[in-house]
Design a protein around this ligand. Structure first.
Ligand SMILES: N[C@@H](CCC[C@H](N)C(=O)O)C(=O)O
Length: 279
């Protein structure tokens, strides 16, 4: 199986061009390739597929094999792969995802390789029913108390096609993400589990994020998470609509725009290509 190893702000995946390759069991393949000791090593597996509705289609699998509706850092790398490998030959493309069809704008370097991508991540979904969360399906969860283990947090929950639970903390560098992240991920409150974002506000235009990802653990960045966080920051009166988000693996430029959509701009990097033959 030919693959490319790519990352967006350090959120790394194995990408397979399914215009050419066939993967019979992507769940098992995601677990195998993601293993950092016995596989290629990644946060998961992303398939780049033909689409009847858009220029390309993305399917993404976390390192535990679970499939997610959407991956923000992944979709930027899908766009880079598609342009750099000649699947598309234009700089504004569409991509079909589990969260709908998204539009992406590609920015190239002097060698005509994609370096940065701006993605219209779509409109946030705020009701419990859409996230999904248990309770009244029409209610929104903004700054609601959540008691777990030895702490009381205030959570805001947003879906960007996939679920996110956002918590503001004073010092994100020192926050024990691995202690609280998995407990929140697996609460009965979230029937499909959830991603968990821990956020420190630096100023009305700058924030810092660490992420506990559903199905993958702590990662260096999360694009859908960053989009959900941008919305949560505004809803809680913490920032303006446009913020620079510093994640462990790099920065993302975020905007919750007047048209109701969230826009994310960030890097897309190919690290290497290879052949995988698990014998
Ligand atoms: N890292 C991704 C999100 C990947 C999927 C997530 N773990 C989930 O299960 O929803 C991003 O950049 O958005």
């Amino acid at each position: 199986m030919k693959f490319a190893k790519m990352h967006g702000a350090g959120n790394d995946y194995v990408y397979v061009n399914c215009f050419e390759e066939i993967i019979d069991d992507p769940v098992a393949m995601a677990r195998t390739v993601s293993n950092r000791n016995f596989g290629i090593g990644s946060d998961g597996l992303i398939l780049i597929l033909p689409s009847g509705k858009a220029d390309v289609r993305m399917r993404m699998f976390n390192s535990d094999g679970s499939e997610s509706e959407m991956c923000g850092n992944g979709i930027r790398c899908v766009a880079k792969y598609a342009y750099d490998h000649g699947i598309v030959d234009k700089k504004e493309i569409t991509a079909e995802t589990g969260a709908g069809i998204l539009t992406l704008q590609l920015f190239t370097n002097p060698d005509n390789r994609v370096e940065r991508v701006r993605v219209n991540m779509g409109k946030p979904r705020l009701s419990r029913g859409e996230i999904p969360m248990t309770g009244n399906p029409r209610e929104q969860v903004i700054n609601q108390e959540l008691k777990i283990l030895d702490r009381t947090f205030h959570i805001t929950c947003v879906s960007m096609g996939n679920p996110h639970c956002i918590i503001f903390v004073d010092n994100v560098d020192e926050f024990p993400v691995a202690k609280y992240g998995p407990v929140i991920e697996n609460l009965d409150l979230f029937p499909n589990r959830t991603n968990v974002e821990f956020i420190e506000i630096i100023s009305p235009t700058e924030i810092k994020q660490r992420t506990w990802e559903r199905g993958a653990g702590e990662t260096l960045a999360c694009g859908t998470g960053s989009s959900a966080v941008t919305v949560a920051c505004v809803l809680n009166g913490r920032t303006e609509h446009r913020v620079l988000n510093h994640l462990l693996g790099g920065d993302l430029e975020m905007e919750w725009a007047q048209d109701g959509s969230v826009y994310m701009t960030g890097p897309a990097v190919q690290v290497f290509e290879g052949d995988f033959d698990p014998r």
